[in-house]
Write a protein that binds this ligand. Structure first.
Ligand code: HEC
Length: 602
């Protein structure tokens, strides 16, 4: 336990699970051999033919882009014949942007075995039929099960079909679609129990969601319908959601539900946000970045895992009382002593969106050291702003007897590209699947890419290894300056911005620093993007369209001061002042900066 947690601290400071010398050797091994024939290095490495679709992987592993531009791909499953099924999603979180024609569900097959799908068939509800797609997908009993809007549907597969032709049947309907976590990921056990995650509507069951100093509702009645796992019968149709089918509670957002080789069921858990922003007297900004841990819990019927009254503190290795429920910054434990803790933990705000145990065996499987462990896809988040964001990777966690049995490693990295930010990452890992041949598939919900990762190292005895770091270490995008200069605002001078009537250039310059968290601890860039062009959780402030005022300096200032408790086009909320305490001068300055980026000079 101890070594695992101490390595966690190292991860928190941005370093990885390896020594400097080891890192160099690993990096060299992973370089493609240019102009020479691929050669096994030390029996554990082989050059990859392409560029791995931009991914960084441990030695001996290669990736192909199995499919691309599929929409916002979420969770996946692979059938015995190698056909991959994926669910895709739409909606305000993705700015309601253009979608590929056809249904939200995708069936993909690689007939010629080159690692790329050559058959793509779409099925299920289309946007024209009122569909919005969804996250969850599983295969069970010869059928594709998939989330679609408030329902989980069942599409039986006939012999030889790639996409099912049959009309879907409703397995369960009426699942809640409101609030911060409207997705419904699920797993189906061999007995036919459909275990579906109903994430919380709020951050911590606050009386006023995400607002500074708001106490939690006591009791948290939201837990009757949210923040837990519900159980249905996968073989029955037309079930309707009700509080009665709750299976386990106190799970804020359990997106990755997976079974290990012994049939135990586990779920990932996204820890709560905004400890510092909403409780600045109890938590420093640094604590806000590093608390609480993301978790993997073992699911047991009737168990309580702690949300919203508790969160897991990785340095103390225990659940402690949340500030909304009388917590004092991490010492008081109270009722958290009776809640179920995790079996594995990860750095704060990495956002574990899917998990699959590696149970494949045989000739093309990964080395034996991976068997029985879990791959976890971290979507990455915003709540480390203004600090560097984390996640945006796939981690391998060794597991034994239902618990973490060693340090996790970053298995696949490089998804985000130059900027790790929700609005600007190139790709974000959102789903995982393991094929019968042992290939690991990773999906992306930004551009709809699916990678296929295989082991070509030829050494079944190879040890678990981390991927070489992809590009420069994670940092806030503001810190990325030329010559890197890849993103539009790198080095951009405030001097080029207009100055609003009634304000000064000094105010715009000060406001630019407030916006990016360089002074006053604000996290505007975390939600609106460091380029202010918006992200899935905050609107574009540069497009000249104003939802909450007439766009005047006064109007913008008022919106920032009051916040937006109920956004028109986004989930979540904007707390007053973005969740921090801004002096009147800093409020006026940041309003001037927002006005300036929103009124570009022609
Ligand atoms: C937790 C995420 C979050 C943070 C942090 C945040 N905002 Fe917002 N902001 C939002 C959301 C959500 C909206 C409302 C969008 C909607 O209605 O769909 C919004 C709206 C706004 C608007 C109104 C835009 C309009 O169309 O009228 C302004 C201006 C704004 N934010 C500026 C800021 C500034 C400045 C900061 C930092 C001090 C900040 N925001 C911090 C999420 C955030």
């Amino acid at each position: 336990m101890r070594s695992r947690f101490s390595s966690l601290c190292r991860h928190n400071t941005g370093s990885r699970l390896r020594t400097g010398a080891g890192a160099l050797a690993t990096a060299l091994l992973a370089l493609p051999a240019v102009g020479t024939s691929p050669r096994a290095a030390g029996g554990s490495g082989a050059a990859c033919p392409g560029d791995n679709g931009g991914l960084s992987l441990p030695p001996g592993f290669c990736a192909t882009v199995f499919a691309d531009n599929l929409g916002h791909v979420r969770q996946m499953a692979v059938a015995q014949d190698g056909t991959l099924y994926a669910n895709t999603w739409s909606g305000p979180y993705y700015k309601n942007n253009d979608l590929p024609p056809g249904g939200f569900l995708v069936a993909l097959k690689d007939r010629n075995g080159d690692g790329r799908a050559d058959v793509t068939e779409r099925f299920g509800e289309t946007p024209a039929q009122g569909g919005h797609g969804g996250t969850g997908l599983a295969l069970f009993d010869g059928a594709v099960y998939a989330e679609s809007n408030d329902r989980i549907m069942r599409y039986p597969l006939a012999q030889g079909e790639i996409a099912p032709k049959a009309k879907g049947a409703v397995v369960v309907s009426g699942l809640p679609l409101t609030g911060d976590h409207p997705m419904h990921p699920f797993a189906i056990t061999p007995k036919g129990e459909l275990l579906v995650d109903l994430g919380s509507a709020t951050n911590a069951c606050e009386v006023r969601n995400r607002m500074p100093g708001s106490p939690g509702n006591n009791p948290c009645t939201e837990k009757q319908t949210r923040g837990g796992i519900w159980r249905y019968d996968a073989r029955k149709t037309n079930q309707t959601f009700s509080p009665a089918e709750r299976y386990a509670s106190g799970i804020r957002n359990g997106e990755g539900i997976a079974l290990d080789g012994e049939g135990r069921v586990f779920a990932t858990q996204h820890g709560r946000d905004q400890l510092h922003e909403n409780w600045p007297k109890l938590y420093t900004a640094q604590q806000g970045f590093e608390l609480p841990a993301e978790e993997v819990v073992e699911l047991k019927q009737g168990a309580e895992y702690g949300w919203p009254e508790c969160y897991f503190d990785p340095t103390q290795q225990k659940l402690v009382l949340a500030p909304e429920y009388g917590g004092d910054g991490g010492r008081k434990v109270g009722l958290c002593a009776e809640r179920q803790g995790p079996v594995a933990v990860f750095p704060a705000h990495w956002a574990p969106n899917d998990m699959k145990f590696y149970l494949a065996k045989g000739a093309t499987a990964f080395p034996a050291a991976y068997e029985g462990g879990a791959f976890i896809a971290f979507h990455g988040s915003w709540n480390r702003a203004p600090g560097p964001q984390g996640g945006y990777n796939v981690v391998f966690q060794p597991m034994k007897d239902g618990r973490a049995s060693g340090d996790y490693v970053v298995f696949a990295d490089g998804f985000a590209g130059a900027v790790k930010e929700p609005g600007r990452a190139q790709h974000r890992p959102s789903g995982l699947a393991v094929g019968p041949d042992g290939a690991l598939y990773v999906s992306d919900d930004v551009r709809g890419r699916i990678w296929r990762v295989t082991y070509v190292g030829g050494n079944p005895g190879a040890a678990i290894a981390a991927a070489p770091a992809a590009g420069p270490p994670a940092r806030s995008s503001r810190a990325a300056l030329p010559p890197e200069g890849i993103h539009p605002d790198a080095g951009q001078a405030v001097a080029a911005l207009p100055v609003p009537p009634g304000a000064t250039r000094e105010q715009v310059a000060r406001g630019e620093r407030v916006f990016h968290g360089e002074v006053a601890g604000a996290t505007c860039g975390g939600c609106h993007g460091s380029d202010a062009k918006g992200s899935p959780i905050g609107p574009d402030l540069t497009d000249g369209k104003w939802l909450w005022s007439d766009g005047s300096l006064k109007g913008i200032e008022q919106t920032i001061a009051n916040g937006v408790p109920e956004p028109k086009q986004h989930g979540g909320a904007m707390p007053p002042m973005g969740g921090v305490e801004l002096s009147d001068a800093d409020l006026k300055a940041v309003a001037a900066y927002v006005w300036a980026v929103g009124h570009p000079t022609k």
